[in-house]
Design a protein around this ligand. Sequence first.
Ligand SMILES: [Zn+2]
Length: 445
Amino acid sequence: MPAVLSNADFNTELLNFLQASPTAFHATQTMAAQLLQAGFTRLREIDSWQLVPGQRYFLTRNDSSLIAFIYGKTPLLDSGVRMLGAHTDSPCLKVKPRAELNRRGYYQLGVEVYGGALLAPWFDRDLSMAGRVSYRDLDDHILSALVDFKQPVAIVPSLAIHLDREVNNARSINPQKDIVPLLLQLPAEEAAAPDFRQILSAQLQKEHPTVKVGQLLDYEISLYDTQAPALLGLHHDFIASARLDNLLSCFIGLKSLLEANDEVSSLLICTDHEEVGSASCCGAKGPMLQQFLERLMPDVDTRVRVIEKSLMVSADNAHGLHPNFMDKHDENHGPLLNRGPVIKVNANQRYATTSETSAFFRLLADKAEVPVQTFVARTDMGCGSTIGPVVASEVGVKTIDVGVPTFGMHSIREVAGARDAWFLYRIGVELFQYRKAPVALLSLG
Ligand SMILES: [Zn+2]
């Protein structure tokens, strides 16, 4: 079992993880590699399983969602399962199926907006592309692989202020028209636009030289900012990066799980498609977790009893109180960066937190000697949501929604405190080492 990481080491590894994970596919691949290295056995959902107490397992679905599980030696009915959930996806621009555009010799790619992206920060960035490609090999098998161009290969240039004098007062962004990235200038205005699939095929061959590509059939490619994640501020108080929502929580979950012993059962679930509602075969609204629990505990009576003793910590970032926009928070519930993870509460069940689950979380924070804060949205404003209420309603597990406070959620460059992710990681370590069942059988005793 590795030692609990220092704040500095944790942040260094977090920045590396963010850099290595430009898409949900890459995040899943990066986590899978670390789990394999830590001795976890890869399960395939297509196989029959013989799960053995004391062993460690993981599986992926759609290459973009992951469950990792430590099957504790203590009987499940005694210990319950301590679970931590996060999501692998982030808002971004995704390349359309017939993307190629030639406009006066400028080669551009049509894009869709994935999730609730803040669009303004996408202008004037050095963008690259990454994702999954599916191809036919020479024997007509359909196979998939990940690609990552890594280099800056595209940009969405701003319109000069001279051509729109009102831009600083009244700017709106048309996602069909205004954010089409530019990749290339063709030799002549009337030249044919290069086939994007051929560009991807060449990239696939470059990254995977042994692969025999018959034909590149389709792709899920998104654009991302090549600016590296960084510690920032005069005293390095902040972390700035793309995809802090929610790869930061995936990384916290992963690192916490890697500290866990095999006495009690622990589970990490990181799912795709949260930013678009989680309804997919591999999303939190899909059956992935439920099916895993059914295969772990085929007997319904046992399964329901174990779930009753279990608890899910759903980790997703929270809105920190922004010093330029103080009135956007309730006066008593504006979480500060570097003052600890946030317990998220919403009377209308946009967050799944209950007094019982938040009490347990506070107990863990106390043991980890970590401060906690609370967030509730202004009563006159709407409230976001996350996988917590989804998992709670699909599986029936008691759940708490928590997260690290950040600025600029869904921007191409979000900001978090340099201490909060580490704080939440320490609580995650406590969660996965907690010996008793998280929820007592007779909670009203
Ligand atoms: Zn999120």
